[in-house]
Design a binder for this molecule. Structure first.
Ligand SMILES: Cc1cc2nc3c(=O)[nH]c(=O)nc-3n(C[C@H](O)[C@H](O)[C@H](O)COP(=O)(O)OP(=O)(O)OC[C@H]3O[C@@H](n4cnc5c(N)ncnc54)[C@H](O)[C@@H]3O)c2cc1C
Length: 482
């Protein structure tokens, strides 16, 4: 089958990869001149890379790790010590760690929490542990039900002291979805906690050894093209053209630089675009279908990724850091964490600014200035005195609509990969799968789409009708398929 796929992010590329594995011929169309979507990266005039986002790979990413294995590039993941490191704003220049010992889950996680006495008192840990009991005992069903509450509301309902939220979960909430606990759905944090506590290496982190575009997307494209598929850059989907029965007739690709538009016909069609551009491109007749109406409840959240090059080393920490600052989320000194960005003498900090709602419209200069002011709090030893650290250069990458904003009630708006149309499927991190908007979610969604396509070809009777309800798959069922 010739399958046209719009979007060369991880979801589109993963879908194409698993389609060629099944003997099909995908043609991936990417709007931009760079692969990777939200993991895209660029080289500046000095040959330095800058990225859409600081990306961490977790032990709890089975589909992503399997993909690295299948591409034979596992050695590109640089695994770090099993720990989580937090800045201590009240004690600038110092860190607090949750060290996971080499013990089975959940013991390693519990020991990590119990041994950390900087951030939470024993009473707070016990109150939080009791609050978490229903999630542990009742599992994912309970976690899904909690989607009606924000994480702040959930903590209050469980009588967890406010300080627990302030000390630990503002950082975690911003790291997971670029918003604060009073906005994020309780389901998101409880899902992450479940994974981290139930899988021995769930919270273990790895950095890629270079830019995601070159070190992950390019091998995917080579794999796809070596098996007959095609990936085209600068090929934006302009219109989804329909047959009389409402199914897809062709993808119309916008001609660039004065070239005429091009009509691409295939046997099957996939959108692996983010939810926001997908909503804009929906053909009018589809907007009436419940399946597509549910997308109205999903919208990308703004986030900003900064890169700051300094004239000296600011840290020797080879790991992700949770800043615990109002302005910033996580950051890392990439000169320590990433082989290709390594520099023994100078730091390159990559930092995520979130929530970014109030900053996304501001100038790069304002954003860099505010970040530097924040860094002076985190590293006073480097920015005070006679010879303060000097910023050599910076890059700011703004993503006004990134992963879907996971506020309460969003789970019911996430579509399954199979649509009511017989020749049209969806992939993307926002589609329904057990992981939220993440690289793992994107890879898994592409795999589920390829599986759905194959299953429908094997068993055409199973091709869905037009009722969205008949297509709704429980997350657990979907996960089991994976
Ligand atoms: C700052 C930041 C930090 C992050 N950190 C992490 C992390 O540490 N760990 C983690 O797991 N995840 C992280 N993520 C999330 C992760 O990057 C995404 O969940 C994942 O990459 C999304 O993949 P996707 O394929 O679903 O969507 P995308 O990557 O958005 O891909 C969609 C593609 O569709 C293309 N497209 C759009 N319109 C058209 C059109 N009309 N025609 C053709 N193509 C089109 C886009 O250009 C894009 O290439 C982070 C994201 C950001 C922004």
């Amino acid at each position: 089958m010739r399958v046209a796929i719009a979007g060369a992010g991880l979801a589109g590329l993963s879908c194409a990869k698993y389609l060629v594995d099944r003997g099909h011929t995908p043609i991936v169309l990417e709007r931009r001149d760079v692969l990777g979507g939200k993991i895209a990266a660029w080289k500046d005039e000095d040959g330095d890379w800058y990225e859409t986002g600081l990306h961490i790979f977790f032990g709890a990413y089975p589909n992503m790790l399997q993909l690295f294995k299948e591409l034979e590039i596992e050695d590109r993941l640089q695994w770090k010590e099993h720990t989580m490191i937090f800045n201590q704003p009240e004690n600038p220049g110092t860190y607090s760690r949750f060290d996971f010992p080499d013990l089975p889950a959940p013991v390693n996680g519990l020991v990590a929490i119990l041994r950390n006495n900087d951030m939470l008192t024993w009473a707070e840990k016990i109150r939080f542990g009791i609050g978490l009991l229903p999630a542990i005992v009742q599992g994912q069903r309970y976690v899904e039900e909690m989607d009606k509450y924000s994480f702040s509301e959930w903590l209050k309902r469980q009588n967890v002291p406010e300080r627990v939220e302030k000390e630990v979960f503002i950082a975690m909430s911003k790291a997971l979805n670029f918003i604060n606990p009073d906005e994020i759905s309780a389901t998101i944090i409880l899902t992450a906690l479940n994974r981290f506590l139930q899988e021995k290496n769930g919270s273990k982190m790895a950095f890629l050894d270079g830019s995601p575009t070159e070190r992950l997307c390019e091998p995917l494209v080579e794999y796809i093209e070596a098996r007959g598929g095609k990936v085209r850059l600068k090929a934006p989907l302009k219109e989804i053209q329909l047959k009389e029965d409402g199914s897809v007739e062709s993808f119309l690709i916008r001609g660039l630089d004065g070239a005429p538009d091009e009509q691409l016909e295939a046997d099957l069609y996939v959108s692996a675009m983010p939810v926001d551009p997908l909503k804009l491109l929906l053909p009018d007749p589809w907007r009436e279908l419940d399946y597509f109406k549910q997308l109205e409840g999903l919208e990308g959240v703004p986030v900003i990724n900064l890169h700051l090059w300094f004239d000296r080393k600011l840290t020797d920490i080879d790991h992700l850091l949770f800043s615990r600052s109002d302005l910033l989320s996580v950051y890392a000194d990439m000169s320590n964490t990433c082989r290709e960005y390594a520099n023994p003498d100078k730091s390159m900090l990559e930092l995520v600014l979130a929530p970014a709602q109030d900053w996304i419209g501001k100038s790069d200069e304002d954003i860099v200035a505010a970040t530097l002011a924040e860094l002076q709090q985190l590293f006073p030893q480097h920015f005070a005195g006679e010879s303060p650290a000097t910023l050599l250069k910076s890059h700011v990458v703004k993503t006004p609509r990134s992963v879907y904003k996971a506020t309460p009630g969003r789970q019911q708006h996430r579509p399954v990969q199979r649509t009511p149309l017989e020749n049209f499927y969806l992939a993307g991190d926002f589609t329904l799968q057990q992981y939220l908007g993440s690289m793992e979610g994107a890879v898994l969604s592409g795999k589920l789409t390829a599986q759905a396509i194959d299953a429908d070809l094997q068993n055409p009777g199973a091709t869905p009708g037009t009722s969205a309800q008949s297509l709704t798959v429980e997350p657990a069922t979907n996960a089991a398929t994976a």
